[in-house]
Design a protein around this ligand. Structure first.
Ligand code: M6R
Length: 595
């Protein structure tokens, strides 16, 4: 996955391109480059992040340029494999996000025709292909070249003697920003927010020509399409760090707002939301990856508890290749970015198996919003840090809303629905109370100072929350962390627990509380340092735990939210203590648009 940008206008070209690329660094940061049109093509690329590129750039003139920040997929991170790629005659430069699946065959064919290659990438194949079909009209050449291509892409191309950027999209995001005598191109709106909030989303199969004076969008058949711009209501400040040391911390602290914003549109009319099929619902599936999968797992417990509908949660990457054909009336896809390749493919697969698909996502206009039959938007605002925090919490809120909606349909328990709504209204405040205790989490994070491995355990709806706690810990602190259902400990993992392996246990009030106490005591007896997360007023922890985190009392149904926030803070402080690059953990990228 990578980030692409383009600019056509009279601002300082390198400044706009670099600024926009910096906003997209969450999409990849192993190499970067820009191409500027100035009578000829001036191309600069570097291995490393945007700052490395910026340090090497001379002053540049020009009204049109494109840029790229890369997360390596085809060829390792290197200057040679960095974008933009340039045609042999130095006439065309191209940046690309996605994968050209038939690039090996295309490369062989082009080599036979005399083209030579300087990189291992699929993108270089595409620039030569465009060049092959070029007869003075770049848009025509791009459209012709893409007919030979199998795969996914968002591309932007420029040519040496024109003020036009030609862009195209297939299954990778691309947004056009509309300004006054200037226009923008980017993989997502955060890249252009400081210049414009008027955007046009390009759809699969479409191309566009962007110049300082206008933007023309073309359908797959080549005919012009008129699509009015949409207004993005994210402020520039919302997309920045806002005084916090890291985006992750800022985003953790934005959670009360993210919850309120997500609740606002749905709570009042939860029972009427038009997001589920009309057919009888005797089962459903939730498909997602990573953190979104963990949100789905919490959803399973909530939905089953409130509705009695059996819910199967599957990894999108597994579902898409599974052979089962039994009909499932409702399939819910969760993806904060709405661009995760596996989740998109799972959505397509579910539709082809005849299921009604509901997407839960945080990004308006993202690919999944167009793929699914219905959409439930979370309103967490832009999330820059690679580790998902506020988008996860907003996904949990979406799970409660969906559970309430389904409970209404199945005629289950209107008293429960009333209780759920009342509890949800208090949730932003409860999460603020957790955040007020951040200093406690910082202190408790000492338990991990010398740990190389750590276990997170919980039961019932807090079991998946501990999976998420473990994922957060490993993702940003690089400590090996395992999430386990507490009852599973003695079936294997107990063998790993000793004085050097801390245990984090969620012991919050519900019908499994006593069992949790027993499990924690078993571990403490083996010498593992224990951090217990309990509710205010708990005294059992005093004799068992080495460290205690206390959370404000909430409706037990909502404890995954307050617990989830606590675990995010814990992971954050461990990573901070270790001086790690919290917002951009090694080897990871924010949205994973390749398999
Ligand atoms: O955009 P998505 O929600 O589809 O992303 C899925 C995962 O890649 C993502 O949740 C990943 O696990 C997070 N970086 C974890 O913090």
């Amino acid at each position: 996955m990578c980030g692409i940008v383009g600019y056509a206008g009279s601002r300082n070209i390198s400044e706009v391109l670099l600024q926009s690329l910096k906003r997209l660094e969450y999409r990849g940061y192993d190499s970067a480059g820009i191409a500027v049109v100035n009578g000829s093509l001036e191309v600069f690329k570097e291995k490393g992040d945007i700052d490395s590129l910026e340090r090497k750039l001379p002053p540049l003139n020009g009204n049109v340029g494109i840029g790229h920040t890369r997360w390596a997929t085809c060829g390792p991170p290197s200057r040679e494999n960095a974008h933009p790629f340039v045609s042999q005659d130095n006439n065309i430069a191209l940046v690309h996000n996605g994968i050209i699946e038939n690039h090996i065959q295309l490369r062989r064919d082009l080599e036979k025709e005399g083209y030579s290659f300087t990189s291992e990438t699929d993108t270089e194949v595409l620039v030569h292909l465009i060049s092959k079909y070029y007869d003075g009209d770049l848009h025509k050449a791009v459209r012709r070249a893409l007919r030979d291509v199998r795969g996914t892409y968002a591309i932007a191309a420029v040519e040496a003697h024109s003020e036009q950027i030609v862009v195209a999209r297939n299954e990778n995001p691309l947004v056009l920003g509309i300004g006054v005598s200037e226009n923008f191109v980017a993989s997502d709106v955060t890249a252009m927010l400081e210049y414009t909030s008027d955007v046009v989303y390009l759809l699969d199969g479409e191309t566009a020509i962007v110049s300082p004076t206008g933007v023309s969008v073309y359908g797959p058949d080549g005919n012009v399409i008129y699509r009015p711009p949409s207004k993005v209501d994210w402020s520039v400040e919302e997309a920045r760090k806002g005084g916090f040391e890291h985006y992750m911390l800022k985003e953790i602290f934005e959670q009360p707002h993210a919850i309120s914003e997500t609740l606002v549109g749905y709570l009042g009319e939860m029972e009427e939301l038009n997001i589920i099929p009309h057919s009888k619902l005797d089962s459903m599936k939730i498909l997602a990856c990573g953190t979104s999968y963990n949100a789905g797992m919490v959803g399973k417990y909530i939905i089953e508890e409130l509705t009695g509908i059996p819910v199967q949660v599957e990894l999108a990457s597994e579902y898409r290749y599974s052979k089962r054909t039994n009909h499932c009336p409702l399939v819910v896809l969760i993806s904060q970015s709405g661009e995760t390749a596996d989740t998109l493919a799972a959505c397509k697969e579910a539709k082809s198996r005849g299921s009604f698909t509901l997407a839960i996502t945080n990004v308006v206009g993202s690919s999944i919003t167009r793929e699914a039959d219905a959409v439930l938007m979370t309103h967490a605002g832009p999330e820059i840090s690679v580790a998902a925090t506020k988008t996860y919490t907003a996904q949990l809120v979406a799970m409660y809303i969906l559970a309430g909606r389904l409970a209404h349909t199945t005629g289950h328990n209107s008293e429960e629905i009333r209780r759920l709504k009342a509890s949800l209204r208090t949730l932003p405040l409860k999460v603020s109370e957790v955040l007020d205790r951040a200093a406690d989490f910082k202190k408790a994070s000492q338990i991990f100072r010398d740990a190389r491995s750590v276990f997170f355990i919980g039961r019932n709806r807090n079991y998946p929350t501990m999976l998420e706690g473990a994922l957060k810990m490993k993702e940003i602190s690089y400590i090996h962390a395992e999430g386990y259902a507490a009852g599973e400990l003695k079936h294997g993992p107990l063998a790993l627990l000793d004085e050097s392996t801390p245990l984090v246990a969620a012991c919050l009030p519900d019908h499994t509380y006593d069992k949790m106490l027993t499990n924690v005591s078993e571990v403490a007896a083996r010498g593992s340092p224990v951090l217990m997360i309990v509710e205010d007023g708990n005294t059992d922890c005093e004799t068992i735990a080495d460290y205690v985190i206390r959370l404000p009392a909430v409706d037990p149904l909502l404890s995954p939210v307050t617990l989830g926030v606590a675990l995010q803070l814990l992971a954050y402080y461990v990573a901070k203590e270790k001086g790690l690059p919290i917002d951009k953990p090694r080897n990871l990228a924010k949205s994973v648009t390749v398999e």
